[in-house]
Design a protein around this ligand. Structure first.
Ligand code: MN3
Length: 192
């Protein structure tokens, strides 16, 4: 088995002015591609190990966790975005679930934004759903640490510097605020 880098579901410029074409090209074609290649390299080593070659199992599995989760998170992330809309509040089933778990959309937005702004170093803020439709917000460090096992990722924001620095420099807060205008709630509703 090998993983593949799919094309973006829209043009590189589609998310401007929130996320520039330059960032999208680098982010998808270089960073996401590197996670796909890294995951495939780890798979190849595991296959060699099965054939008797001596491998560093712990290191390979660490690489697989980092790169495969990086690939999975980016595939979701691209689909979770769409061209900017001025009023872009959640609707449908996901809005019901947000209200059930957080009270109001605004309370959800504040907690999610605070999570995104306070990720230490490289990582993600994630909206998770359990099997009963309860939502929780958490952080991922890198792509793979501090996650909630058994929970489904239904929304995530990449707050690695590669996701925003060329457009926002160190102003992660503004990137997080503008992210809300490009969330594809239609896609998120297919996950809940
Ligand atoms: Mn990224």
């Amino acid at each position: 088995m090998r993983y593949e880098l799919k094309s973006l579901p829209y043009d590189y410029k589609a998310l401007e002015p929130v996320i520039s074409e330059q960032i999208m090209k680098l982010h998808h074609d270089k960073h996401h591609a590197a996670y796909v290649n890294g995951a495939n390299a780890a798979l190849e080593l595991l296959e060699k190990g099965r054939l008797g070659e001596v491998i560093n199992t712990k290191a390979v599995m660490r690489d697989l966790s980092f790169n495969l989760n990086g690939h999975i998170m980016h595939e979701l992330f691209w689909n979770m975005l769409r061209p900017v809309r001025q009023s872009n509040i959640a609707d449908g089933k996901v809005l019901e679930l947000i209200k059930k778990s957080f009270g109001t959309f605004e309370a959800f937005k504040k907690e999610f934004s605070d999570a995104a702004k306070s990720v230490e170093g490289s990582g993600w803020a994630v909206l998770y759903m359990d099997a009963d439709g309860n939502l929780l917000i958490g952080q991922l460090e890198k792509h793979n640490l501090l996650g909630l096992n058994g929970y489904k990722v239904i929304l995530a924001i990449d707050v690695w510097e590669h996701a925003y620095y060329l457009d926002y420099l160190n102003d992660r807060a503004t990137y997080v605020e503008k992210f809300f205008s490009i969330i594809n709630w239609e896609f998120v509703n297919t996950l809940v």
